[in-house]
Ligand binder design. Structure first.
Ligand SMILES: NC(=O)c1ccc[n+]([C@@H]2O[C@H](COP(=O)([O-])OP(=O)(O)OC[C@H]3O[C@@H](n4cnc5c(N)ncnc54)[C@H](OP(=O)(O)O)[C@@H]3O)[C@@H](O)[C@H]2O)c1
Length: 315
């Protein structure tokens, strides 16, 4: 099968298309023929070993010292069941499925093996591109807004990085939940963020989002703009500020309303997200859908820090 291999951490050009043997499923695994895979900020962090401050050594110990131990990256997949392990129940060959591959990744390939418990059936009305695009940011936003912050209708939500993968989902999901949403992005994405449901857009190139002079019930910082101290000054009593890009220092200072950590990307979250796409309540915002062979181009878009929504590749 064709797969994109990353042997050493480095720039987008280290991601090389190559031939690998087709994978065999372990008893609890499913082999998925990839129709679309996302190229996410998470994939780009691993490829470039660009971990949040203070996390470099831990990151390399966990993932590999000079290059990723799992050389085929790709966390998010949508595709068709190709083969089943002996203990897998609930899926059949040919089923359309989607999910997050977990620590072993592998979705930047024609075929990927994934534990069955990480997959859901993809609704027929959702395209593979849409599912692959929406899952990374969508499950993150769902988890932090609803499961961590307990978002309620009528609350004030601040989304920093409102035009990215996490931000476009967070703006839409908060709007859908009946919140009043303020999105922070640059002027060129202001109209998009308004279209996604934001009541107000703050242009960070002209206005400092840490000095808005008012408070919010729920804050999602998907850029790394806030420190625990500046977040505390923006969040209402009883509210929650999620620092989704926290380094080690912020993690150690996170208490009370300040939350850090990693969204689980579980099948349960994916299963809650995809029906929203099917009902047309969530736009997956796809900036680019590229052939797998152009993955370096996809990584360049992600590395630019200017990505709008999501980028997917198709084998
Ligand atoms: N903790 C977790 O579980 C978790 C889960 C998922 C992601 N993350 C992390 O969250 C971060 C965001 O991921 P993502 O995929 O959403 O990123 P992304 O899509 O790459 O974000 C790019 C967007 O950020 C906007 N942006 C850049 N600088 C900004 C600023 N100073 N203020 C406001 N907006 C700004 C850009 O808009 P302009 O072009 O207009 O500047 C661009 O549209 C990543 O660092 C990722 O690792 C954490």
């Amino acid at each position: 099968m064709r797969a994109v291999v990353v042997q050493h951490y480095g720039p987008p050009s280290v991601a090389q298309l190559t031939e690998l043997p087709s994978p065999e499923p372990k008893p609890d695994q499913v082999v998925v023929r990839v129709a679309a895979a996302a190229v996410t900020a998470g994939d780009a962090r691993i490829r470039g070993a660009s971990f949040p401050p203070g996390m470099g050594t831990l990151g390399r110990l966990a993932l590999g010292l000079r290059g990723p131990r799992s050389t085929v990256l790709g966390m998010v997949v949508s595709g068709t069941v190709e083969a089943l392990g002996s203990r897998v129940a609930g899926f059949a060959i040919g089923d359309e499925v989607a999910g997050m591959a977990g620590g072993r990744m592998g979705a930047h390939a024609e075929l990927v093996t994934i534990e069955a418990k990480r997959l859901v059936h993809k609704p027929a009305g959702v395209s593979h591109d849409a599912a692959a695009a929406a899952i990374f940011g969508g499950t993150t936003a769902l988890h932090f807004l609803h499961d961590v912050a307990g978002l309620q209708p009528g609350q004030d939500v601040l989304v920093i990085g409102a035009s990215g993968a996490v931000g476009t989902s967070a703006v839409q999901l908060a709007t859908l939940a009946g919140a009043r949403v303020t999105g922070v992005t640059s002027g060129r994405n202001a109209e998009l963020v308004r279209t996604l449901g934001a009541d107000e857009v703050v242009d960070y190139t002209t206005t400092d989002p840490t000095a808005l002079g008012r408070r919010f019930d729920v804050i999602i910082d998907a850029v790394g703009t806030l420190t625990p101290a500046t977040a505390r000054a923006l969040v209402r009593e009883g509210g929650t500020a999620v620092l989704a890009v926290a380094g080690l220092g912020e993690m150690l200072q996170s208490r009370g309303p300040i939350t850090t950590g990693t969204a689980p990307g579980s099948a349960a979250l994916v299963g809650r997200l995809l029906p929203l796409l099917e009902r047309g309540e969530l736009d997956p915002v796809i900036q680019a859908s590229l052939p797998l062979a152009e993955i370096a181009r996809a990584y360049e878009i992600v590395d630019s820090g200017r990505k709008v929504g999501n980028v997917v590749v198709r084998p």
